[in-house]
Design a protein around this ligand. Structure first.
Ligand SMILES: [Zn+2]
Length: 291
């Protein structure tokens, strides 16, 4: 395994990513700063710091947002997924103007590319967790269930409307597998055409367009060029789940199955799962640790 798998990583230098927020429609510039070992993922605005942790989640309607009652960081799930997949442990993410992260092309691509390019190894051992018990959370017919497993495996199953119908897909760690074919990182966020009016009514989706969002109809895809790959929407649901899983504050192995889960259920799942995560230093192959 590579060195970055055993030791913590930060970034070598600051960089800024800018774009519009999908819900706010406002211009957003986000500055990534290197951080010391054992800092974790910390968001910063106007001098206030909020750790990317499930206890700081303030909203899960159509995206995941954290805050401290004074400052808020909205729609952070694609940044969190990119940090997870780029193997970054310590970073400070400063929101320079908007409360919402930029949506970019609707995927984690832009964040991932810059994070991976700037990744810098540190000398503290990486902490790693594994699930010790079965965890299940549900909400009506939706549920997420996880079983102890020596590797991370994530399956999402759901119904994606009359055109795509039923989709199920599994991604398995190690991270190299998750990022190898780029289908996960490049999977864009999506909505059904009938959801657009509902979102606008809620004051959301103001920045949404065919440039940053896949629009599904009963007969096809509105975006020119269609989907990037046949399982793009289900892949995006896995990407969102990975971003929310990283709000545990640690990577952990488990066999996770989500049936129609969204941010609300993802966060409930992480809150429950952290009660059953055993933490270890990631200094040897996980296969030798968890069985
Ligand atoms: Zn998403």
């Amino acid at each position: 395994m590579d060195k970055e798998c055993f030791f913590q990583n930060t970034i070598s230098d600051t960089f800024v990513i800018e774009g519009i927020g999908i819900h706010s429609g406002s211009l957003s510039r986000v500055k990534f700063h290197p951080a010391e070992e054992n800092t974790g993922i910390v968001f910063l605005k106007n001098g206030y710091k909020v750790k990317a942790h499930v206890e700081n989640v303030v909203d899960t309607s159509n995206s995941t947002s954290i805050g401290n009652g004074i400052v808020y960081f909205r729609t952070i799930e694609h940044i969190m997924a990119a940090l997870y997949l780029a193997n970054i442990d310590n970073v400070v993410i400063e929101f320079l103007d908007s409360e919402e992260s930029p949506i970019m092309d609707g995927s984690a691509c832009e964040f991932f590319k810059l994070l991976e390019k700037n990744r810098a190894s540190q000398s503290a051992p990486k902490l790693f967790g594994y699930l010790s018990n079965i965890v299940r959370v549900s909400n009506e017919n939706r549920y997420i269930m996880a079983k102890p497993n020596k590797e991370l495996s994530i399956t999402f199953e759901g119904f994606f409307g009359n055109f795509l119908k039923h989709q199920i897909y599994t991604y398995k760690s190690p991270i190299e597998n998750l990022i190898k074919d780029k289908n996960l990182i490049s999977a864009r966020t999506f909505c059904h055409i009938e959801d657009i009016a509902k979102l606008k009514k809620m004051g959301l989706g103001k920045g949404g367009s065919l440039e940053n969002n896949v629009v599904l109809t009963d007969s096809g895809i509105l975006n020119k060029g269609g989907l990037r790959h046949s399982h793009e929407p289900v892949s995006h649901k896995v990407l969102d789940l990975i971003g929310d899983l990283y709000l545990a504050g640690i990577r952990f192995s488990a066999n996770i199955y989500s049936y129609m889960g969204g941010h609300k259920l993802n966060v409930e799942f992480v809150k429950e799962a952290i009660k059953h995560i055993k933490t270890i230093e990631y200094t040897s192959e996980p296969a030798k640790i968890a069985s």
